[in-house]
Design a protein around this ligand. Sequence first.
Ligand SMILES: [Cu+2]
Length: 248
Amino acid sequence: MINFICFLNFLKMKATIISTVLPLLAALAITPVARAADITGTVTLKGTPPPEVPYTPLMENADCAAMHQTTPTTHFYVVGPKGELGDVVVYLKGITGKSTGASQPPVVLDQKGCLYTPQILAIQTGQKLVVTNSDNCIHNVHSVPKVAGNEEHNDAQMPGGPNLTYTYAGPEMFITFKCDVHPWMFAWVSVFDSPYYSISGTDGKFVIKNVPPGKYTVEANHRKLGSQTQDVEVKDRDVTVNFNFEVK
Ligand SMILES: [Cu+2]
């Protein structure tokens, strides 16, 4: 008797699987699922860029020179052995109102050896930019945005002093950060109103993650070489788009 009830229960379970699970699996198999995808690529440079400039005035400042063995240089052109180009800001153009910045971790801009590091960085609107001072000398963090609504800041930061925290309301390319104590110090912070941006690494590669399906213009912007755009369409798989800059 027990065996017969067990057999009936088995039949019921089987019927349930057939009536509910199988049609669901079939539907998944035939319905194309639109999903967010990554836009990836490599930025390269053709030609030889101008030589970087030694930070001679840095070495004439005793406090700053003490933190370097040799004279550091600018690094406007971060170029790999096969022309891979770093420090290029790559982003989906014209996307506004999609910022997730308020819930993202802060991005850190450090002052180390009397230089800003990194030199090129990006944040979202509403995301915290935290400026730290790793040096044992004073710096004066002076940001100069040009877009109305983005505030200018001019703050001294003592060695071991508290971090400075800034946010920006509007998108803007390459906000200049300088130091009024050390005139060679610069960084450039780009602000986006969406999470769809990336900065190419020393290998020239970038990844713009989780882009919803749609048509987009991808812009690659290098502070010295200018910008290029390419149109892409994201459907249901990752998209590759490469950029090649040239110095003549
Ligand atoms: Cu400084």
